[in-house]
Ligand binder design. Structure first.
Ligand code: GDP
Length: 551
């Protein structure tokens, strides 16, 4: 603490600090630099160990164009026939074998989820299947899906769905997509188009084949060897199992008993299941598995890393949590300081937040326009809400949350609002004369401004005699040429009009007597804390006057 570091006994201190402290006890410290987060770094891939892996596919498209139906149909034809029991668990993804190849489908996450996962660094989709209904047209969400896929730099396969419907017109869809630069191969482009029906199953084999083809072009590779890592694609609390998370393995092989960390959560894999509820002992690249043994529910998009050692897993998780907490505290401090003095201190504009309520729209508008004219570059009003009606509970909550003042014109406060207002400490002002409202708001804004400090010259004194240095400073004599001098007054010493000293009058004497003040044309003695003072110097006495700022 004497080094200025307020660390508790459980907190980590830097190597440097440890060295300083240890030196006081004559102990030598050897600092070994080691960052826990280094353990999370990905190993270089060993090219000789690379194997191809299954592509990870996300289905996107406009609502009702058949995303869910298409996934269901693929599952139905591929899994129910082969594996035991079909899909019993919803785990956010599933893996299926078609011929000798496999594909992993992510459950349609919605476009925002797709992108927010990407924002967390989890760019896990290799191929997007864009579903467009042939009996409809390219819709806003179709375009949005294209944009999201492009932003992620992921190839798009277009599945023109519902071709079983008599009114379907796949050619029109193709035509419309040209405008979005999705050009089929037969027109000289590079995008794969497949006509499918999620209802009859027509075209689904071809779609799966095209996914393989695209995957081959992408040369998707990974290795089941080495340290294992993946991404959390879904999480929840399951009855009897506690928090569970679906890990999509990206490299290495995860096994039961492995220690792991993801964000601030750590643990040991207790059990693993695939989408059919079949228990597994291990899972390799592109395989989604639900694991249990987590200390908490992880966030989707979180990186999952297997570590050799339980202690490191725990330490990394704790460090992560500690960092998160420190960040939150910093955020909170930032907002509250912002509101208080930072902005004003830095000369930045500040604002008075207001909620206006009035009896009719006309009066609300009139009040708002008048208030907008108050203020200048230092402070201005900001309206969080301007509405007709009484002051309600919601208004109070909003004002409390945003540190705003409520101004009501020709309205009342609801009983409920009155009740909670006392607890929330919100300033509510009700008026029936518009000028009173304006005066008060002006005063409130002035109150938010820093007071202005003005200097006023009190008088001047010319030094005529420098006596000696007394125990409190230099003893000098002089004549008050204008104004006056008084004890403890702030002064500056001027020589050739240059300011050479700032201080105050320590004591003031006329003959042998201490006095409070000496007026113009009188001589006096005074003590100053300025040893270089000379005959002829001018002592200028002044006051600083604080005035509240005016608008
Ligand atoms: P999502 O919102 O994109 O997931 O669309 P859904 O899969 O829920 O499908 C919307 C509607 O279209 C449902 O009523 C489906 O039965 C229907 N539908 C989906 N695919 C086809 C198809 O290929 N043919 C026909 N006739 N109907 C389909």
């Amino acid at each position: 603490m004497s080094l200025g570091i307020m660390a508790t006994i459980n907190q980590t201190i830097t190597g440097e600090t440890a060295e300083l402290i240890a030196a006081d006890f004559d102990i030598t410290v050897e600092v070994e630099t080691f960052e826990l987060s280094d353990l999370l770094k990905e190993e270089e891939l060993d090219v000789s160990q690379l194997e191809s892996r299954a592509p990870i596919v996300t289905i996107m498209g406009h609502v009702d164009h058949g995303k869910t139906s298409l996934l269901d149909k693929i599952r139905e034809t591929r899994i129910a026939s082969g594996e035991a029991g079909g899909i019993t668990q919803h785990i956010g993804a599933y893996h299926l074998k078609v011929g000798g190849n496999s594909i992993t489908f992510l459950d349609t996450p919605g476009h925002e989820a797709f992108t927010s996962m990407r924002a967390r660094g989890a760019n896990i989709t290799d191929i997007v299947v864009l579903v467009v209904a042939a009996d409809d047209k390219v819709q806003p969400q179709t375009i949005e899906a294209i944009q999201h896929a492009r932003a992620a730099d992921v190839p798009i396969i277009v599945a023109v769905n519902k071709i079983d419907r008599p009114e379907s017109d796949p050619m029109r869809i193709q035509q419309e997509l040209l405008a979005h630069e999705l050009i089929p191969e037969d027109l000289g482009g590079s995008n794969i188009f497949v006509k499918v029906s999620a209802k009859t199953g027509e075209g689904i084999d071809e779609l799966l084949e095209m996914i393989h083809l695209q995957a081959e072009i992408l040369e998707l590779k990974s290795t089941p060897k080495g340290s294992a890592r993946g991404t959390i694609i879904e999480s929840r609390v399951r009855k009897g199992q506690g928090p569970v998370g679906t890990v999509l393995v990206q490299r290495g092989t995860i096994k039961i008993g492995d220690f792991f960390v993801m964000g601030s959560i750590h643990g040991r894999i207790r059990a693993m299941f695939n989408e059919s509820g079949v228990p597994l002992v291990e899972a390799g690249p592109s395989i989604p598995v639900e694991i249990s043994g987590l200390s908490n529910v992880p966030e989707v998009g979180e990186l999952f890393v297997v570590l050799d050692d339980e202690k490191n897993a725990r330490l990394i998780a704790e460090e992560h949590e500690y960092k998160l907490r420190a960040e939150t505290i910093r955020e909170q401090q930032k907002t509250s300081l912002d509101n208080l003095f930072n902005k004003i201190e830095e000369g930045e504009a500040t604002e008075l937040r207001l909620i206006l309520k009035g009896d009719v729209q006309g009066s609300v508008e009139a009040l708002k326009t008048s208030i907008e004219q108050i203020g200048d570059e230092r402070i201005s009003p900001r309206f969080l809400l301007c509405a007709v009606g009484n002051v309600t509970e919601t208004d109070i909550t909003l004002a409390s949350a945003s540190d705003a003042i409520i101004v009501g014109f020709n309205v009342q406060m609801d009983a409920k609002a009155r009740e909670i207002r006392a607890n929330e400490g919100v300033d509510v002002r009700l008026y029936d004369v518009i000028y009173n409202a304006l005066d008060d708001i002006k005063a409130a804004m002035e109150g938010l401004l820093e007071p202005e400090i003005r200097e006023e010259i009190v008088g001047h004194l010319e030094i005529r005699e420098v006596f000696s240095s007394g125990k409190n400073g230099m003893v000098v004599g002089g004549l008050v040429t204008d104004g006056k001098m008084y004890r403890n007054c702030m002064i500056r010493v001027l020589r050739n009009e240059k300011n050479i000293f700032e201080g105050s009058i320590i004591s003031l004497k006329r003959f042998k007597d201490d006095v409070q003040e000496v007026l113009q044309n009188y001589e006096c003695g005074l003590v100053l804390e300025f040893s270089e003072i000379e005959n002829g110097d001018i002592v200028e006495a002044y006051e600083q006057i604080e005035e509240s700022a005016k608008l």
